[in-house]
Write a protein that binds this ligand. Sequence first.
Ligand SMILES: [Zn+2]
Length: 72
Amino acid sequence: MTHREEWDEQANCAECGALVSRAAERGFAFGEAEVLCFACASLRGGQYDAEEDRWTRAPSLTGLPVSDEPAR
Ligand SMILES: [Zn+2]
């Protein structure tokens, strides 16, 4: 869990723990190295624009374990 290179490839969803591949899946990345899987991000109010291939509305991060760095 200390190999930072691997964070760029895959990360565990901060909510449900599912492994999210950043390159292949629509995970919502936040904080230092946190990510929400698509399902959890959607449940938290996030809106994903498939055409623009990006989140147009960020999901709520309330109650999630955020690492040292503030989200923004
Ligand atoms: Zn999840």
